[in-house]
Design a protein around this ligand. Sequence first.
Ligand code: DAH
Length: 347
Amino acid sequence: MLKKLDQTRSKAIDELSSLSDLKGLEDWRIRHLGKKSALTQILRGLAALPSEERKAVGASANEVKALLERHYGEKKETLKQEAYQDLERTLTVEKIDVTLPGRPISLGRLHPTTQIVREICDIFVALGFQVVEGPEVESDYYNFEALNIPADHPARDMFSTFWIDTEISERPMLLRTHTSPMQIRVMERTRPPVRVVVPGKCYRYEATDATHESMFYQIEGLAVDENITLADLKGTLFEFAKRLFGEERKVRFRCDYFPFVEPGVEIAIDCFACGGAGCRLCSGTGWLEILGAGMVHPDVLRRVNYDPDVYTGFAFGLGLERILMLRYGIDDIRLFYSNDIRFLRQF
Ligand code: DAH
């Protein structure tokens, strides 16, 4: 029995010296001083021993216990000290300066085109128009035919078209070349009075350069009712030009040709860069063309079963990138959709 105690003691002391953390120390305590340890078993079994042996073994067991407990206490202190020093070392190395200001979160912003869509739609909403949107994949009928541009019409040359190779439809399909097809779609599904603006993407099969992109935005406008005249067109677009470009702007109306309006007009504002004197922005003319418009052609009305003797209307269409380029003096349309954050951040 005494021998066993001796073994227990030296084993425990041996193990203790190789411990390096508090978790290991706790395991050690359970192993050598816990309820199931050899030492506790010996102490528990004392009563069963013959009295002379009990005395010797008891004294020795208690000694071993006191010794192990003392070693345990000392080792615990040392390990605690070490852990604390470790922590201190880590804190010095991985120093965090909690007084440093936070890093700013970089905020996104609306694309300049989205901004101008909203701005222009707001102006027309204030003038009593509704905002609607339509499909970018269109049929030949809505994009051309219904707008008085039959297959053999020379005006098709104005639109280099992306045709779609498709089996879903009998009719030829394409990427809309302008937002005007929505005039037809809106009139087909409503009766007058109609007052809508239609923002959206358009596509043309163009060689891109500083003023041409194969994808761009337009806003279409349409008003149809009884007694609408060219005076309403002028009043509305005059007001629009002033709200967008400033109260002091002059607006010029001139004849132009678009197959789906009669008469057709082109609207320009006096150049805000030079006040009309002539400069680089207005190519020396003093005027900036901003949109095409006209009185809805009677044939277009007839096609959607509007009686042209009862109803008349005006329509207009404008390119948004052009408006932005004029407003901000941007000299290359390709900047809008090339995703250069240095450009986009300026708006
Ligand atoms: N759709 C024409 C284009 O893309 C623009 C246009 C001109 C629209 C006259 C109109 C209009 O509604 O009346 O070139």
